[in-house]
Design a protein. Structure first.
Ligand SMILES: Nc1ncnc2c1ncn2[C@@H]1O[C@H](COP(=O)(O)OP(=O)(O)OP(=O)(O)O)[C@@H](O)[C@H]1O
Ligand SMILES: [Mg+2]
Length: 212
């Protein structure tokens, strides 16, 4: 049986990477085979593209350039890692995926949504995640969490208004596709976030088992 594909989404410092650890524990408990991966990146070539996207630089990065780099990395990631693993029956958990493109390159940067749809259809097609968990926190909370980190990348350094658009964008994605996209209140304690995630995974797994 094909594995399930789950993506984690949310703004900087919302707790995606932390959530991945909780998912790992749940999958281990259920004895489900899985791999963890991330976007942009996930394969050696896609990780090189990630560096190109995130490195702070003097030269202005054109919005279309950023969009195409993200989708170039995604095409590689899907073909060389995600699809082969799902076909083997392995679950794939990705720290960010397609929703981030709609939110960052679309909503936050005001990118052309028709172009995004075209790229999404071309590069991702039917290979959307089976489920997406959006880690939602007020922008100030996310910012406080990342400020404590030493290394800040190009997107961490955006304005508060940009990060607010990012938060709104993810909530809109959840509203538009509530069957796939589930919101986790990540402003809560780590214990509560863990519990919310386990509840969502248990519910999803039950639905998927019923679909077979
Ligand atoms: N619910 C929480 N309560 C308190 N602190 C938290 C919570 N979730 C995450 N943190 C802390 O906030 C910081 C950022 O969390 P994490 O790295 O998981 O976020 P992220 O969404 O992966 O960020 P990025 O987008 O930058 O990768 C970490 O130091 C983490 O320990
Ligand atoms: Mg992270």
């Amino acid at each position: 049986m094909r594995g399930k594909f789950i993506s984690l989404e949310g703004g900087e410092g919302s707790g995606k990477t932390t959530a991945i650890h909780f998912i790992r524990e749940w999958l281990d408990d259920q004895k489900i085979p899985y791999i963890m991966t991330r976007e942009p990146g996930g394969t050696p070539l896609a990780e090189e593209i990630r560096q190109l996207i995130l490195t702070p630089r003097e030269e202005a990065v054109n919005d279309v350039t950023e969009l195409l780099l993200v989708f170039a990395a995604r095409a590689q990631h899907l073909a060389e890692k995600i699809q082969p693993e799902l076909n083997k029956g392995v679950w794939v958990i990705s720290d960010r995926f397609l929703d981030s493109s709609y939110v960052y390159q679309g909503k936050a940067r005001g990118g052309d949504l028709a172009m995004l749809d075209q790229l999404a259809n071309w590069v991702v097609g039917d290979n959307k995640p089976d489920a997406t968990l959006v880690l939602d926190v007020p922008v100030e909370v996310g910012q406080e969490r990342v400020v404590q980190r030493q290394h800040q990348d190009r997107l961490d350094k955006e304005s508060l208004a940009f990060h607010q658009k990012v938060r709104d964008g993810f909530l809109e994605r959840a509203k538009a596709d509530p069957k796939r996209v589930k919101v986790v209140d990540a402003s809560q304690s780590l214990e509560s976030v863990k519990k919310q995630i386990e509840e969502q995974l248990a519910k999803l797994n039950k639905t998927w088992a019923g679909d077979c």
